[in-house]
Design a protein around this ligand. Structure first.
Ligand code: ATP
Length: 453
């Protein structure tokens, strides 16, 4: 068996097609021509993304006693976004072409000359001197709360989940009696009216974030920053992402947000023109956020340290990762096309970790007679009680294996002639193609153990 690596742009195209064909991801409102850069997760995609979110929630909330979970609302008081700096600062500079009416980011490398000046040439229609001066465009989606559409009722769809955590800092701390250092974590939708969305689910206008804010004593912030940097990298590896495709990128100078004391991205190498890109940000935000909310709300947000009888605003170490972008990273990492020794047709495999694979086992009767379907159905029902299973009795057995390879199912269990006589079945491993024979009653424990490994 040999692997033939593909050029990345081709991989992305093939992934988009596989995801649609097999029910991972569909374009939103496709029958109407699609909604711009919005995607829907199909039956297999919702399982894959949910598995990723659950692994994050388990690692960040359930497996620790120093992080609490939260599910804050998407709509918040509009002052939140003034305090956070998003109303004034969450902007991209844009230029418009007065001739063809197209709109571009002011730093679009295809623009020739200077926007607003006679030499400014439009990358779409090619006219000179038609580009406007750059104007600031806010990326937040605006709407209205209540029946009146006036400026007093403006509301925003949150562009990040973090602010729901800051405004609930004391609610969570006091109700749980947590002591600094401790964290608050949540998973939820965020919305950004991105100017240059694209690359499938890499940059979309509606997406899901998994964010955690860790509140610490100011002097301890560097120590906790290093801790979370390492911890988050090992979480990405636990999803089965190859270490060689993961890296850190440190923000320095102009890249560093004005409030940030330090920031590192965890990057994944998507290959091709996209290359290494951020999938998670780890930031030392100082006390910027709590200071701002304290000033704008007029409510004290200080933490009271009882043993030392002192009040202070904790500093925040933030870890912020996109659920959709991580899903794209694991899909890209898993995609393989292989030729199989002794066979004319190659196979497409998603070598997903069994931990996140949407279906854990395929169960097949070798043929649709002689009691094999009944035995396979019974086994399938038994396995389904422990993990997601797909029962398939249609088509040649080789084709059924290929169908499961393509969606990342790590194990296929086949009931054959010997099964009826001996009570044993075969279990085929997706990656090695090795088959072992086991008594049917041991299959559930065997696969459960392999999934957890
Ligand atoms: P980028 O520079 O790629 O726009 P960012 O630095 O604005 O990202 P953050 O605000 O730090 O991103 O958001 C944290 C994480 O949320 C990102 O690492 C990414 O995984 C995810 N994310 C942000 N914007 C989008 C988007 N438009 N579509 C999908 N995921 C996103």
């Amino acid at each position: 068996m040999t692997t033939s690596p593909k050029a990345a742009p081709e991989v992305m195209e093939k992934l988009v097609s596989l995801c649609k064909r097999r029910g991972f991801i569909f374009q939103s409102s496709e029958i109407y021509g699609g909604a711009g850069s919005v995607w829907d997760y199909g039956p297999l995609g919702v399982e894959l993304k949910r598995n990723i979110k659950e692994l994050w929630w388990n690692a960040m909330v359930r497996a620790r006693d120093d992080i609490e979970g939260l599910d804050a609302a998407i709509l918040m008081h509009p002052r939140v976004w003034e305090a956070s700096g998003h109303v004034a600062g969450f902007v991209d500079p844009l230029v418009d072409c007065k001739n063809c009416k197209k709109r571009f980011r002011a730093d679009d490398p295809r623009i020739k000359g200077t926007p607003g000046a006679p030499d400014g040439q439009c990358p779409a229609c090619g006219m000179k001197g038609t580009l406007s001066e750059p104007r600031q465009f806010n990326l937040m989606f605006k709407t209205f709360m209540g029946p009146v559409e006036d400026s007093a009722s403006v509301a925003y769809l949150r562009p990040e989940t973090a602010q729901g955590i800051y405004v609930n800092f004391l609610n969570v701390q006091q109700s749980t009696r947590q002591k600094v250092p401790f964290g608050i974590a949540q998973i939820g939708k965020a919305f950004r009216n991105e100017i240059t969305p694209g690359n499938f689910i890499f940059r979309t206008r509606e997406f899901e974030q998994m964010e955690m804010q860790f509140f610490v004593e100011p002097d301890d912030a560097p120590k906790w920053f290093d801790y979370w940097k390492a911890e988050r990298m090992s979480w990405h590896r636990s999803l089965g992402i190859d270490q060689a495709r993961l890296s850190y990128h440190e923000h320095s100078g102009a890249e560093l947000a004005h409030y940030a004391k330090a920031a590192f991205d965890i990057q994944f190498d998507f290959g091709g023109t996209l290359g290494s890109q951020e999938i998670e940000g780890i930031h030392n935000r100082g006390d910027f956020d709590l200071t701002q909310h304290q000033a704008f709300s007029g409510k004290k947000l200080e933490y009271f340290d009882q043993p030392n009888n002192k009040r202070f605003l904790p500093w925040v170490i933030e870890t912020s990762v996109g659920a959709d972008r991580t899903t794209l990273a694991v899909l890209t990492n898993a995609y393989r096309e292989e030729s199989v020794a002794g066979e004319d047709e190659g196979r497409t495999v998603l070598a997903l970790s069994p931990l996140i694979a949407p279906i854990k086992a395929g169960v097949f009767p070798l043929v649709k007679k002689d009691g094999m379907p009944e035995m396979a159905q019974k086994l399938s029902a038994e396995l389904r009680a422990a993990f997601p299973v797909f029962y398939d009795d249609s088509g040649a057995i080789g084709r059924r294996y290929r169908r499961q390879d393509e969606v990342g199912t790590p194990f296929c269990v086949t009931v054959d002639g010997e099964s009826l006589a001996e009570g044993t079945v075969t279990i085929r491993d997706r990656d090695t193609l090795q088959q072992i024979r086991l008594p049917a009653e041991q299959v559930r424990a065997h696969i459960s153990e392999r999934i957890a490994r």
